[in-house]
Design a protein around this ligand. Structure first.
Ligand SMILES: CC(C)(COP(=O)(O)OP(=O)(O)OC[C@H]1O[C@@H](n2cnc3c(N)ncnc32)[C@H](O)[C@@H]1OP(=O)(O)O)[C@@H](O)C(=O)NCCC(=O)NCCS
Length: 169
């Protein structure tokens, strides 16, 4: 392995991937009752997740999967939507990113949890070939908990994938 390649696979702390995105909900993001569309929120979650994946891997990435999502509270036109993302755990060419979403009412300064999502991104080069991702180093208690939990989620994904393939065949 040459020096550049070895350097690019040096472990990186979770904090280098932490990203935040804020959107103001406009009428075009909402249904006729002025509530944010679920699909729009999923799009923002994908973007916020990709930012963390890019920052950690320093490569191009594609979304391989998004786990189950719940929408806990409605979000209205005019609200601020705050999305925070970071890399939870890295495997070989893939990484799990967590995205947590809040709605911020700037009048009352109240924040409510809207959704949490776990996405898997795969790192690719400019020609679309998969490339290895540097390991991630959890430093805080929360980061270590997310790192451990990510392994359980990967196992669940693996079992579900086996089950889906059995159903298909
Ligand atoms: C995701 C993709 C790159 C996987 O390619 P592949 O050749 O089937 O992948 P492999 O089986 O070799 O797996 C590569 C890695 O992806 C992971 N992976 C593949 N499919 C996955 C899935 N559905 N969920 C989570 N991880 C997945 C594997 O676990 C593996 O991780 P590792 O290297 O860290 O162990 C490929 O399916 C793809 O390009 N899909 C389209 C992506 C895209 O266009 N996304 C935008 C959505 S429209």
């Amino acid at each position: 392995m040459n020096n550049d390649k070895a350097q690019s696979l040096c472990p990186r702390p979770v904090r280098e991937s932490i990203s935040e995105m804020v959107e103001i909900v406009l009428p075009n993001d909402a249904n006729p009752l002025n509530a944010l569309l679920g699909g729009r929120l999923m799009h923002w979650i994908d973007l916020a997740g990709a930012m963390a994946a890019h920052r950690h891997s320093r490569t191009y990435v594609v979304t391989a999967s998004i786990d189950h999502m719940d929408f806990l509270v409605p979000v209205r036109v005019g609200d601020f939507v705050v999305l925070r993302s970071s890399v939870n755990r890295v495997y070989h060419t893939s990484m799990e990113v967590g995205v947590k979403v809040w709605v911020e009412d700037y009048r009352s300064q109240e924040n409510r949890h809207v959704s949490s999502a776990y996405l898997t991104f795969v790192a690719i080069d400019a020609t679309g070939n998969k490339v290895p991702v540097p390991p991630v180093v959890p430093e805080t208690e929360d980061e270590r908990r997310r790192y451990e939990d990510a392994a359980h989620r990967r196992e669940i994904r693996r079992k579900e994938s086996v089950r889906r393939n059995e159903v298909r065949s």
